[in-house]
Every structure is written in C-alpha cells, then in structure tokens.
Design a protein around this ligand. Sequence first.
Ligand SMILES: [Zn+2]
Length: 130
Amino acid sequence: MDEKVKALLERVKGTASYAADAAADSARAAGKKAGQMVDVAKLNVQLFDLNGEYNDILRQLGQVMVDTHRGQAPEGALVTSLLNQADEKSGKIAELKNRISDLKQAQTCPACGAPCGKGDKFCRSCGGKL
Ligand SMILES: [Zn+2]
C-alpha cells in the first residue's frame, strides 16, 4: 500500500470514535420525549437530508485519500474535522432511525399485546384484527 495513504490511515485509526455511545444516550433521551405528535414522514425527510450530508462527508474523505495518494498531503485538521462530522452525522442518523421505528410501532395488539405497525390492520403475531 502507498506509504502516504498508510500514514493517513494510521492517523484515522488514532482518532477515537464515541459516536455509538453518544447516539445510544441521545436515542434513549429521544425515546422518552418522542410524542405521537411527531410525524414519521417529517422524520423521514430529515433522515433523507442527513444521509445526503453524510454521503458528502464520505465523498470528501475519499477525495482526501486520493489527494494523499497523489502526494498532496492534507492538513491534519481537515481530516479530523471530516471524521468528527462523520461521527456526528451517523449519530444523528441512528437517533432518527430509532425515533422512526419507535413511532412506527405505535399500536399494540388488543388480543396478544404484540407491538404492531401504525398502519397495520391485522396483528403480525396472532393475526387478530387491530
Ligand atoms: Zn396479536
């Protein structure tokens, strides 16, 4: 492997990622607050935008990799900033996905108590009418 790219990857490995923990904490907090008022469609729009922003950050990181390979060493601050942004975005994406899945499982079967989708007409577990 390219020595310069290898050095860049070592630096990437050196930046610790706490996004998963942070996402779990905020998802728990968001779960408590998630009212049925929040529209799933609105959250899906936010999720779509966040995914786009996340992909843009990944594209920039890819460009840094190619630039490094071609001998244009990037500033360390740029790489760290992009990695932090990637952590932040993926944390928010995980949080939104949790909120959406919480909201979608908004009704329980009156017969067996299984969680069911908001628009379901029949229980996924026992087949009873909802
Ligand atoms: Zn049921």
